[in-house]
Ligand binder design. Structure first.
Ligand code: PLP
Length: 389
C-alpha cells in the first residue's frame, strides 16, 4: 500500500515531510515499510530516550491498558501516586508538587498561568531563539518570527533578550515581571548550552528581584544532558520545572513541577482531562525504572562527551562549530544543513534533525553504545568531506 500517497492526500500539510514510512522500531533502529533498517539518532525528537519499543515500557503499557486507562485527577490513582513519589525522589527538596498534562507546550502554558497567579504580575522574560511550543501562551514565549507572526496578536507581556547575556536579562526586569523562562540548552534554537555562569546568574537575579525562575526542560529533562535534569549540571534549582517528551517512554505526557514558593494554587483554576492518566503514569514509572537500572543519565554523559570530542575532531571546511551537552549534539555548518542530513539518510541510513537552517542535530536514545557513536561520527565525516571533483 502507498502510505505516503494516502498521507499526502489527507495530511494537514503543516509538516515538511521526509519520504520515509517508518513502521517499526527497536532501540536505536527503525524500519520502513519495505523492511529497510535505519538508525534513529533523532529518537523521535528526544522522546525515545529508552529506545524504540522498549520491552519494559511496552509491558507496563499493555498491563495498564488491561487494568485502567482513564482516571481523572478528581480521583486518586495508584500509578499516579507512585509516579509523584518517584519523581519527588529524583528532584531536590523544593520541587515536590506535580501537575500532569499531555505535552511540552501544555507544561509551558500551565507554568505561565501558575506564575501569573502566584506573583500577581503579568510579564515574562524569555530568550532570543528560545522554543517553548506552539499553543498561544508558549508561542508568545517562543522567539522565532515565522512561528509567531501568522498568529498575532499573541499573549501580551513577553519580552525577549539575548541568551547567555545576564546584563540584558537584568536590564529587562520591570515591576511587572513575574518570571524568567529559559532552556538550559536551547534545542530548536541551534543546540546552544547555557554558559556555566549564566543559569546561576539568572537564579541570583530572580532571588534579588523576587522573580520566579522557570526552566523549560521539555527537551533537556530525563537524562538527556548527562544528569537527570539539566539544572543539575548548573547546580541551581528552578522555582518551576516544565517536563515532557521522554518522560513516559513515548506515551504523550508533560508535567509542571513546583514547590513551596508557589502558594496560591486556587482549586479549579487549571485542569486537564487526560493529565495524569494511569496509562501515561505506568509508562513513566517503567521508563524511569529502566533509566535508573541502566544508569542512562551517566551513559548519556559519557557517550555524549565521546560523541562531542569525536565530532569536534572532524576536519571539514564546512563546519563552523560543534556544540552540545550530554546527548544533545549540534554541528553548525557554514551553509544550509538539509542536503547533508539527506545524504546521511540516503547514504548511511542515519536519521538526524535540523536545529535551524544551518545546524545538524543529533538526539539519540540514551542507550547508545560507543559503536553507535562511532557509526554516526564516521557517517558525518563522510558526508561533510568534500568529494573530489
Ligand atoms: C524546549 C521545548 N519546549 C517545549 C516544546 C514543546 O513540546 P511539545 O511539542 O510536546 O508541545 C519543545 C518541543 O520540541 C521543546 O523542545
Amino acid at each position: 500500500m502507498d502510505y505516503q500517497a494516502i498521507e499526502n492526500q489527507y495530511t494537514s500539510g503543516l509538516f515538511a515531510k521526509r519520504a520515509l514510512t517508518l513502521v517499526r522500531g527497536e532501540g536505536l533502529r527503525v524500519w520502513d515499510d519495505k523492511g529497510v533498517e535505519y538508525f534513529d539518532y533523532s529518537a523521535a525528537y528526544a522522546v525515545a530516550s529508552v529506545g524504540h519499543a522498549n520491552p519494559a515500557v511496552a509491558e507496563a503499557i499493555a498491563e495498564q491498558a488491561r487494568t485502567l486507562v482513564s482516571c481523572t485527577e478528581i480521583f486518586y490513582n495508584d500509578k499516579r501516586a507512585l509516579l509523584q513519589q518517584k519523581l519527588a525522589s529524583l528532584l531536590p527538596e523544593g520541587l515536590n508538587r506535580f501537575f500532569f498534562c499531555n505535552s511540552g507546550t501544555e507544561a509551558i502554558e500551565g507554568a505561565i498561568k501558575f506564575a501569573r497567579m502566584n506573583t500577581r504580575k503579568t510579564d515574562f522574560i524569555a530568550m532570543y531563539h528560545g522554543f517553548h511550543g506552539r499553543t498561544l501562551g508558549a508561542l508568545s514565549a517562543t522567539h522565532k518570527k515565522d512561528y509567531r507572526e501568522p498568529f498575532e496578536p499573541l499573549v501580551p507581556g513577553f519580552v525577549h533578550v539575548p541568551y547567555n547575556d545576564i546584563e540584558a536579562a537584568t536590564a529587562a526586569v520591570t515591576d511587572k515581571t513575574a518570571a524568567i523562562l529559559v532552556e538550559p540548552v536551547q534545542g530548536e534554537g541551534g543546540v546552544k548550552p547555557a554558559s556555566p555562569e549564566y543559569l546561576p546568574a539568572l537564579r541570583k537575579l530572580c532571588d534579588e528581584r523576587g522573580l520566579l525562575l522557570i526552566l523549560d526542560e521539555v527537551q533537556t529533562g530525563f537524562g538527556r544532558t548527562g544528569a537527570w535534569f539539566g539544572f543539575q549540571r548548573y547546580d541551581i534549582v528552578p522555582d518551576i520545572l516544565c517536563l515532557g517528551k521522554a518522560i513516559a517512554g513515548g506515551v504523550p505526557m508533560g508535567a509542571i513541577v513546583f514547590g513551596p514558593k508557589l502558594q496560591t494554587m486556587t482549586k479549579g483554576s487549571h485542569g486537564s482531562t487526560f493529565g495524569g492518566n494511569p496509562l501515561a503514569c505506568a509508562a513513566a514509572l517503567a521508563t524511569i525504572a529502566f533509566m535508573e537500572s541502566h544508569n542512562l543519565p551517566e551513559n548519556a554523559r559519557m557517550r555524549g562527551e565521546e560523541f562531542l570530542a569525536k565530532l569536534r575532531a572532524i576536519q571539514s571546511p564546512l563546519i563552523r562549530e560543534v556544540r552540545g551537552l550530554g546527548l544533545m549534539l549540534g554541528i553548525e555548518l557554514k551553509e544550509k544543513a538539509q542536503k547533508y542530513l539527506q545524504a546521511l539518510q540516503d547514504e548511511h541510513r542515519i536519521l538526524g534533525l535540523l536545529a535551524g537552517p544551518t545546524v545538524m542535530r543529533f538526539l539519540p536514545p540514551l542507550t547508545i553504545t560507543r559503536e553507535d557513536v562511532d557509526r554516526c561520527v564516521e557517517a558525518v565525516r563522510a558526508v561533510l568531506t568534500p568529494k573530489p571533483a
